[in-house]
Design a binder for this molecule. Structure first.
Ligand code: HEC
Length: 181
């Protein structure tokens, strides 16, 4: 095969791929509706994601609150917290050396390890939860106790408003002498 013939073959391959490309481009232009159809399909997928169950949306909100915890805590007020803990006193005492009721005494619970109050019979879930009661863990627990510690025997639905939770946390921080605030 001579060099010229090889060149011809190369040229024709080039030419045909060019033609294929051109056809593709023209087809795209001619069939723009196809593009719109596929776009519409995409939007439907997004819509389906948004109609996902409420739980997910709540979880997302909760996560947003958690990511925002510093801002929420910046506006927290321990005195308001002292008022909101009325929701807790049927089961908890908060004073130093207070008795255990249905739930453990909560004096100096902020920054304390979970499930470690002497003389209280915790659920297995609480005993094995691990970690300390800091702002984030308290926030998640008080928002939805059974979601944060599945199997906890704290039968309390949780507190809806992020600010109310923050006020309680501020109250718990204030009665903990180890906390610098
Ligand atoms: C219906 C009774 C009840 C109410 C109301 C209740 N709790 Fe509890 N709480 C419990 C019980 C029971 C436990 C022990 C949970 C376990 O062992 O799983 C507990 C555990 C806790 C703990 C973990 C204590 C530790 O030693 O690790 C915290 C913190 C807590 N509660 C805060 C609160 C706050 C704040 C409120 C009010 C907003 C509240 N609870 C309302 C029953 C209650």
């Amino acid at each position: 095969m001579s060099g010229i013939e090889l060149n011809k073959i190369a040229a024709s391959i080039l030419l045909s791929s060019l033609i294929i490309m051109l056809v593709g481009i023209i087809a795209n232009i001619l069939y723009k509706p196809t593009l719109q159809v596929s776009k519409r399909g995409y939007q439907i997928t997004i819509a389906q994601e948004n109609t996902g169950n409420k739980e997910n949306l709540i979880a997302t909100n909760q996560n947003e609150d958690i990511n925002n915890i510093e801002n929420i805590m910046a506006n927290a007020n321990a005195d308001s917290g002292a008022n909101i803990i009325k929701k807790c006193v049927s089961c908890h005492t908060f004073n130093k050396d207070g008795v255990h009721k249905i739930g453990p005494n909560l004096s100096q619970i902020f920054n304390a390890p979970k499930g470690k109050k002497d003389g209280f019979k915790y659920s297995k879930a609480m005993l094995t939860a691990g970690g300390k009661w800091d702002e984030k863990s308290l926030f998640k627990f008080l928002k939805n106790p059974r979601k944060y510690i599945p199997g906890t025997k704290m039968s309390f639905a949780g507190i809806r408003k992020a600010n109310d939770i923050a006020n309680i946390i501020a109250y718990l921080q204030k009665q903990n002498p180890n906390h610098s605030n």
